[in-house]
Ligand binder design. Sequence first.
Ligand code: CA
Ligand code: CA
Length: 652
Amino acid sequence: MGWRSFIKGVGLGAFAIAVGGWFAWLSSSAPGAALPNIVLINIDDQGYADLGCYGARGFKTPNVDRLAEQGVRFTDFYVSHAVCSASRASLLTGCYAERVGIGGALSPWAQHGLSPEEETIADVLRARGYATGIIGKWHLGHLPQFLPLRQGFDEYFGLPYSNDMWPVAFDGSPAREGWKAFYPPLTLIEGEKAVEEIRSLDDQTTLTTRYTEKAIDFINRHRERPFFLYLAHSMVHVPLGVSGRFRGMSGQGMYGDVMMEVDWSVGEVMSALKRNGLEENTLVIYTSDNGPWLNFGNHAGSALPLREGKGTAFEGGARVPCIMRWPGQIEAGAVCRTAAGTIDILPTICAVTGAPLPAKKIDGVSILPLMRGDGDAGAHRTYYFYYDAELRGVRQGDWKLYFPHLSQTYEGFEPGKDGFPGRTGTRRVGLELYNLASDIGERTNVADRHPDVVARLTEAADEARSELGDRLTGAKGSGVRAPGRKQVVREATQHLAIGADLTLAHMPDIRYAGGRVDALVDGRRGSLDFTDGSWLGFEGADLDLVIGLQNVQTVSRVSCGFLENQFSWIFLPREVTVAVSEDGKRFQAVRPTAIDAPRANPIPEVQDLNCTFEPVAARFVRVVARNQGKCPSWHPGAGGKTWLFADEILVR
Ligand SMILES: [Ca+2]
Ligand SMILES: [Ca+2]
């Protein structure tokens, strides 16, 4: 029994419920009434149309199709967020990613991860007496304190993040420039230990087979007790890798070959369940974390007839296949056309197993009635489509409404091929309403014709805004919880500028420190994590600040904290100038601090730049930190605007 899992992050009340639930199960589990095993298979970047039963062309997926023949296939199933980390946060917690503070795709330098205070599917099932294992891609924080063993899993084997976050160029050679050169080595992790480096495209070809072998081993070892197996394939995310057995098998090319191998893997898992006599009493769920990465052309899947793909709120990004098989509980060959999503999987598993729901608020609901054929159950539920903390869309019934935003677009751009990406563009999306029943490809905006629907969905969106926030409208969500952070904000000692009046020549970006300018002199210093709510970020602009002290003070030192995180285009300033004044009009420069030209440094660092001078009487202190302006030629973003991140200007 994992006592730690009971105690972790829950209060005594929940502890009592968890223990009570477990004993209740022990006492009621007569032979033949054992709790069902749960196998959750999550594919990376697989498109809506990449399975035979969803209309795949050029390759076959007989094993996944068989799951659909024997279970239920959802036609309108959604991820909450069409990108890896955010999508996985929702899948495992039953929450919109915004609620649990996880956005986008975490980089290998991320200083945060899914908070260990959150309860995952593994947490709730382990508390119910299940053995829990994850094989494959995690991507909810690579630091040890955020890895799966801290999130309810007994066992882990796989990659901590995406298989393309590695120092290897698109052609498979060691990366010497561009983004790829910044990445640390990509390593497979067993438990919490790095066990082996994935160095080459050849190494990538082994992943699907190895994950499958580990999955079968897990099933064999846990045949005697209920288990939860989360098999999160690294494929079919680029760089594609397929074993020799499937190379050239599909006739569609590499992508089809890789899909066929993933399908083979599903067949192997099903065979292992059958050999162990577990085929009946296991709920198998198959889904994908987001739509296809279309600019990879023939190395990407297809979401047709849906619009766009990964990284957008359109259907091609957010709508994914989902199949569930559970003989005797789910009717064979059923098709569910009611909207549902990955946020519903945790509460559904709780309903199926009798496990208590997480103590903290979640967003999903049990879709057990839908699985059992009651298509009307929850037909009027609302699903929200966030991206980058922006509430971009909302679906209710057949209607989907988009709010004005800038979206990535693949339309009109020549895709790449053979593992190389093509360009993508940006599209301004307006207030757009589509009827998905008559216009699944989202081509005819009918917002003008249905003002009542627009009003109703806008009202529904307001509920999400007040609960989960929305960067598009500036709404702060009252239900948003913090992610797990490696470092808390560093304390600063008392200094003269705390609480002083601040005047800024350029306003910082509102995304960091929530636009609170006074964070610069609140006595707390930013950590290595630029999302920690402490930093003020300036894109392409200088920090030009006048600090108005309460009264004239003797000042002899000004210290400024700056962050360097070149992967995120954050650079140290090229110069810092400090000047003082008694009247706020005539300033006397005390000393400029020139800073060396930036050199490539992939590791995030906080630098405190100190300026010490002869004591001088001052009422006002002006600090100007010059932004580098443009990413240097050696940087992957060469020519793009650099960010300057400042926190805590200490005056003494
Ligand atoms: Ca993905
Ligand atoms: Ca501060």
